[in-house]
Design a protein around this ligand. Structure first.
Ligand SMILES: C[S@@+](CC[C@H](N)C(=O)[O-])C[C@H]1O[C@@H](n2cnc3c(N)ncnc32)[C@H](O)[C@@H]1O
Length: 251
């Protein structure tokens, strides 16, 4: 059965949302409070912030884009959670100019390390915003998924370029500045002082399957979602996932 609290019961977010929701529930029990303080760094227009606020938590979104923050404000109002979401214009590198160090039970850093000038510093700041017992949810573009997608689209030279490029880019027209392997991400997390709790591959098959197969075959979407969930935890599939999710804790 689909979960009405999922950002969208879609293939793009379902695996991350399920992992995140469970982690927040565990943090609620550990903290002994119903509502957590959550920071969504680079949270954009609130794809995750709004559903997290709908769970009852207080969410601060830091993002450099005024347009994204404007969209966030509108979405929060529409979802009836405007009183639990605060949008702040800021940057992962200057995070503590706008939010309190050590002030959050959970920090989300989703789709941001690809874009920051220095991923290690960006992640160190995200971790610095956590309380002594806190949860980090990190999502970033996976290298192998991009290589596979370019190859299956017939762009073999671009696929090879992504494979050998230090930033994992397939060419000048690549809109993503940087991609990561699971090992690079877990090394960054460990270096920031956290323990890795779980790694999940996200969108392992979804971006490779022709949409018509999913849209026209009865039950196909649900079956694909179940396949994504089953494969997400298996390390063998991490190397071909479009995105990688790392859940980490301080204690
Ligand atoms: C791919 S979007 C992800 C948005 C959101 N986290 C999500 O998962 O839907 C990347 C976001 O990172 C923000 N961003 C770009 N550079 C950043 C930086 N240096 N510090 C913080 N956020 C940044 C962008 O404005 C954008 O909202």
């Amino acid at each position: 059965m689909s979960d009405p609290l999922r950002p969208r019961a879609s293939l793009r977010t379902a695996v991350v949302w399920d992992v995140l929701k469970d982690a927040l529930e565990r943090r609620v029990k550990a903290a002994g409070r119903d509502a957590l303080d959550v920071l969504d760094t680079g949270g954009g227009s609130g794809n995750f912030a709004v559903p997290v606020a709908r769970l009852g938590h207080r969410v601060t979104v830091v993002d450099p884009s005024p347009n994204a923050l404007f969209a966030l404000e509108r979405r929060a109002a529409e979802a009836g959670v405007a009183d639990r979401i605060r949008g702040v214009q800021g940057d992962a590198h200057g995070l503590f100019q706008v939010v309190e160090r050590g002030g959050y039970d959970a920090v989300l850093c989703h789709g941001v390390l690809e874009y920051v000038d220095d991923p290690a510093e960006g992640l160190r700041n995200a971790v610095g915003a956590l309380r002594p017992a806190g949860t980090l949810s990190l999502l970033a573009a996976g290298l192998g998924g991009a290589v596979l997608a370019r190859a299956l689209a017939g762009h073999f030279t671009e696929a090879r370029r992504a494979l050998t490029d230090p930033a994992g880019r397939w060419g000048e027209g690549d809109p993503v500045p940087r991609r990561f392997t699971a090992e690079q991400l877990t090394d960054l997390v460990t270096a920031s002082g956290l323990q890795v709790g779980a790694v999940h591959g996200v969108r392992i098959f979804a971006d490779l399957v022709p949409g018509v197969l999913v849209d026209t075959e009865p039950g196909a979407m649900d079956a694909l979602l179940k396949l994504e969930t089953a494969a997400a935890e298996q390390p063998a599939f991490h190397s071909v996932a479009t995105q990688l999710h790392v859940l980490a804790e301080r204690d």
